[in-house]
Ligand binder design. Structure first.
Ligand SMILES: [Zn+2]
Length: 242
């Protein structure tokens, strides 16, 4: 019995190691650009620094910019594997959005979370078409809510169970073309007419040849200290830069 137990632990440990290695291989030597800005309440610089230090640990080549004008740097755009954007609200010029959407269409990945990708440029439908959803409300502001994992077969949500967190529960308008990996149900406590409505929290999709990953969690940096949130976010980033 004792031997069998040890063997089981060994299998679990090996599986974890292989999984971590796969993720490392997806990120190692990749050219990744992090673009941050917009509403300061979402601490965009802190987010950019946190993600950058993790990516550098995984041996990626990280570029950081605090302006969307970087999207017109065609020389850089051509060598990228992934763009991580964290800009809430703000605006983007016609030329910049054209360069960004073409870059993703041609096969560069795009990843982000919360308002940094799901509420970036409210007047730009090309951007929303690419991301696959747009934030519209968070009834009750910061509340305790449940994230329900839709599939455990996908590598991004594999072996992750449903979990609770206290943060903004994003109510989003979404594109039916997204592949939903996790959802949340609205209780109706704050807005009774949306009682029982299920809204996607985590999804992936394609935009041309580009892989797009989004998670609506991440109002505060502390959200990423929840192991399931960090796991989903980092796996999503790794998937998007393949
Ligand atoms: Zn927020």
């Amino acid at each position: 019995m004792f031997k069998f137990k040890n063997f089981t632990y060994l299998i679990i440990l090996t599986t974890c190691f292989i999984k971590a290695q796969n993720l490392d291989n997806d990120i190692k030597d990749k050219n990744i650009l992090i673009v941050y800005g917009g509403w300061e309440g979402h601490k965009p610089k802190l987010f950019a620094e946190k993600i950058a230090s993790w990516l550098e640990e995984k041996k990626a080549n990280v570029y950081i910019s605090d302006t969307t004008s970087i999207y017109t740097n065609t020389k850089l755009m051509k060598k990228l594997d992934l763009i991580i954007q964290h800009i809430t609200m703000s605006e983007i010029s016609e030329n910049q959005i054209k360069n960004l959407t073409n870059t993703i269409k041609n096969g560069v990945g795009l990843a982000g979370c919360h308002g940094g990708l799901g509420d970036s440029f409210r007047n730009d439908e090309d951007f929303q078409y690419m991301v696959g959803g747009q934030f519209v409300q968070h009834p009750g502001d910061s509340i305790n809510y449940t994230v329900n994992i839709s599939t455990k077969k996908d590598p991004i949500t594999k072996d992750i169970n449903d979990f609770n967190l206290t943060s903004e529960q994003y109510y989003m308008h979404v594109d039916p073309a997204i592949e939903v990996l996790a959802t949340t149900k609205f209780s109706g406590k704050h807005d009774p007419w949306i009682k029982g409505v299920v809204i996607p929290v985590v999804w992936k999709k394609y935009y041309g040849k580009g892989r797009v990953f989004y998670s609506s969690i991440g109002h505060s940096i502390e959200n990423f200290e929840i192991p399931q949130v960090w796991e989903i976010t980092t796996r999503g980033i790794a998937w998007a830069c393949k």
